[in-house]
Design a binder for this molecule. Structure first.
Ligand code: GLU
Ligand code: ZN
Length: 308
């Protein structure tokens, strides 16, 4: 438990909510996921959160059962424990209810732009994301597949604070415009499913990689349109980069999977030690237990929180 004199820096509900680890089963977990998990478990330890494991299989065309199985096997092999779990593919009704609510308030519309016309007719953000210019807004297209369902995004400044990176003021209308909630195939998008889940699962603290930092303002906006005016707290951690390519680790680059290391009988403590060393949390490469690794990450997080 936190000592009372340490708690006053934070919102009152800092300790009363859940935190989540939310991998997508579109490939095997790699070291970048392990880094995320360590930050999540470390924050949970520091602030006494309940840990929720969410399988983000909203993209049914890419999710595979063998990847889901492997998420469980990898996490259990390292010794991670969690308090509750959910899977997005079980939650269709919940997303549908939220979508109906937005529709009642006239906040969504159908769009039949093709992938090609989207990229040709719209500007894009510095990281290559389409900023949709409301091309289909007034066409009254059906809000069913094969049309995409989009959210009407008014120009609004969203202010939010990252516990590591500091204050942000961003306008989703300029970052992405009317973003998609359901895609052409009728699949829920990441942005929609994650927001509904974070609200429904009472997530008070979001710890994830800084590659998702850009999604935060639009997620806060969507939450507020659905009635949640106090957003969660956010902590975006730094990413791991492949020393050979300089690119962030990702499944698409076939990064060395944790599963492959498990199959090669490498000890989890060796992997944890390697990661702590890379993160400059220990001076010499050595094996380290999960508990000790979580403790080292907790200390690092504590350092960031004290700077705020
Ligand atoms: N499912 C996402 C991923 O694996 C994480 C989503 C989130 O933390 O908001 O990258
Ligand atoms: Zn369109």
């Amino acid at each position: 438990m936190l000592k009372p004199n340490k708690a006053h820096h934070f919102r009152d509900d800092f300790m009363t909510h859940n935190i989540r680890f939310a991998p997508s089963p579109t490939g095997y977990l790699h070291e970048g996921h392990l880094l995320s998990a360590l930050y999540v478990w470390a924050m949970a330890k520091l602030k006494n959160y309940h840990i929720h494991l969410r399988i983000e299989d909203h993209d049914l065309s890419r999710a595979r059962n063998e990847y889901i199985d492997s998420i469980y096997e990898d996490l259990e092999w390292f010794g991670f424990e969690w308090d509750s779990e959910s899977k997005q593919s079980d939650r269709h009704e919940i997303y549908e209810t939220a979508l109906k609510k937005l529709n009642k308030e006239n906040l969504i519309y159908g769009c039949h732009c093709s992938r090609k016309s989207l990229s040709m007719e719209n500007p894009s953000s510095p990281d290559g994301e389409v900023i949709y210019q409301k091309h289909c807004l007034n066409k009254a297209l059906p809000i069913t597949s094969p049309n995409t369902i989009r959210l009407k995004v008014e120009s609004t400044l969203i202010q939010w604070n990252d516990l590591r990176l500091g204050f942000f003021e961003e306008n989703p209308a300029l970052q992405c415009g009317d973003f998609a909630l359901k895609d052409r195939l009728g699949q829920w998008t990441y942005q929609f499913a994650v927001v509904i889940d974070d609200m429904e699962e009472n997530i008070g603290m979001i710890v994830r990689g800084e590659d998702l930092r850009n999604s935060t303002a639009r997620q806060i906006l969507l939450m507020s349109l659905l009635g949640k005016t106090t957003p969660p707290l956010y902590f975006h951690h730094s990413l791991l980069y492949d020393p050979q390519t300089g690119l962030k680790l990702s499944k698409r680059q076939q990064s060395q999977s944790l599963r492959a290391e498990r199959m090669n009988a490498i000890a989890p403590e060796e992997i944890l030690g390697r990661l702590c060393f890379k993160q400059h949390l220990i001076k010499n490469k050595c094996s380290i237990s999960l508990n000790d690794a979580i403790l080292l990450f907790s200390k690092q997080i504590e350092g960031y929180l004290q700077q705020k």
